[in-house]
Design a protein around this ligand. Sequence first.
Ligand SMILES: Cc1cn([C@H]2C[C@H](O)[C@@H](COP(=O)(O)OP(=O)(O)O[C@H]3O[C@@H](C)C(=O)[C@@H](O)[C@H]3O)O2)c(=O)[nH]c1=O
Length: 179
Amino acid sequence: MFHFEPLPLDGAFLITLPSFKDNRGVFNKTYQEHFFNAAGIDFQLKESYFSLSKKNVIRGMHFQTPPHQHSKIVYCPSGSILDVILDLRKHSATYGQFYSTVLSDENSKAYFIPEGFAHGFKALTENAMTYYLVGSEHDKNHDAGVLYNSFGMNWDCIHPIISERDNSFPGLNSFESPF
Ligand SMILES: Cc1cn([C@H]2C[C@H](O)[C@@H](COP(=O)(O)OP(=O)(O)O[C@H]3O[C@@H](C)C(=O)[C@@H](O)[C@H]3O)O2)c(=O)[nH]c1=O
């Protein structure tokens, strides 16, 4: 069974995926419309992708701006990541607040991340896989971000491996949220 834990950031959930282990290995279910709807989540899949990251890679904090904003389901089928979501909804009581947790092949946890959030993570292992189910198609002109170290998250990482683009995002304080 899916287990949906509502997070303190309204609309976001930490999900425990159904996981079946036997002598061959493991089988995990990542999405089933009926159960997501029953938990109050309306999600329409438009795109899916995954990344593989070296240990201490930080990717984020990413989102797509309106009218291409999206919700997404994120999980880690292989290795482990420290995964972070940041509320960018201007009228939200938790604007600027974040939540972080470990997603891994051991714990079978996933996030449901609503529209209006930024998302990022640090790879805790070599070859950490991050898998996404996404509610809108990629649009490079609306692909945006907030600087990963500008909102109070302790990444516990002195020399992260990070892209130039991610390092050039505005900090949360100088960011005008479109959400
Ligand atoms: C996200 C994305 C990237 N790309 C391209 C752009 C670029 O050339 C290459 C790598 O893109 P990035 O550096 O943005 O990859 P990455 O940093 O892994 O991007 C991901 O980061 C995490 C934190 C998320 O939340 C995801 O939604 C996504 O934004 O892939 C697509 O073609 N489609 C896509 O949907």
